[in-house]
Design a protein around this ligand. Sequence first.
Ligand code: ZN
Length: 447
Amino acid sequence: MPEAFVSSQIVTPDAIRPGAVLVDNGRITGICEATAIPRFHRIVQCEGALLPGLVDSHIHINEPGRTEWEGFATATRAAAAGGYTTLIDMPLNCLPATTTVAALEAKRAAAEGQCLVDWAAWGGVSGHNTNDIEPLAKAGVRGFKCFLAEPGIDGFNRVDEAELRIAGPHLAHTGLPLLVHAELPEVLDRVAHDLTGADWRRYETWLRSRPDEAEVEAIRLMIRLCREYGFRLHIVHLVTAQALDDIRRAKEESLPITIETCPHYLHFASEQIPDGSTLHKCAPPIRSAENRNQLWAAVGEGLIDLIATDHSPCPEAMKCHDAGDFQAAWGGIASVSVALPVVWTGMRVRGLTLSDLVRLMSQRPAQLACLEGRKGQIAPGYDADFVIFDPDQAFTVQPETLHTRHNLSPYIGEHLFGTVKATYLRGNPVFNGNQFADLPEGREIPA
Ligand SMILES: [Zn+2]
């Protein structure tokens, strides 16, 4: 039977209105007044705002190969609890990395029958796999990821300018975006020299080892290559506000560039991170409170297009928490189950609305992954993926509600606003506030 999801706040990128969202066979068929619901619809009364399911365009699921770090079952469970209904998986830290069609097929086999939410894959551009770019595009990846700096993990190599010049025309030909980890290794090597004998328990040392200039220079290089080859460029996890002027100029030039930042860069500030707190380690690093203010301004201005989690968990021992060693610890922050309230908590005090939130965390990430028309909006024809969200309910993050394989996160103990009351995938409930669906009905989104 078709359904009508009734809410006092249906959130679209343009408006927030009361009414009913009509659903048939997992698809949205229309939006109407609550008093005008056609006959023979089952009513679902939403206890909160009705948002499109969030789309995470930057997540490391790590399966196959490093399933002990996370995996499809646990990542999609944590995603459902966090209001995410679509995940686009990064081509590393899984093994094999998703740099060939065979590796993509291995990932598909690993995901089969495990997923609570939908997913798709990014391919990797990793040194010498230029000949795999177009076959991967045909096989269904949504775009490509590369690293300018060392990824710091076995199985994936960084690329330099010469390799990007070989890959550039192939990328442009696919029409798919190139997602870039933008830190320039030459700058990192230069400062590494000055850090001999530094105390790696200090957060300050980690911050000094990944300076703003590494991001700025990498972004300048990528803007030049984007202009030259015409591929779609997406800068992942922007942190430094010092790159914003270059980005603004590139956008004014109408280059096909999009920018992402992450919840941790909008929430934490380097001044507050205790020495030895390796749970806060990620690259590029969390920067100052002043930098964070400028990032928020860029979010408000629309210069930053989207917010993705860069959810990147690991087993506890790899965080080296006892030693507190920022050099030895794994760099990555797990956040997919709390990213929504983390970002919303920052937005509500800065005058941003739930419409801004769904644009940044659902619509734009879906557009990046060429999922427009299917994911990322409450509109006719789109999948009936929803999160029912109470924007005013406060809570404190507890380890047991992270729902990841390893309940480690710098957000534990943080006081946040906004709770996920329920998550629906193609019209079916997958999370009801404390329980998950029995059947894993998530699937790969077809190309
Ligand atoms: Zn990442």
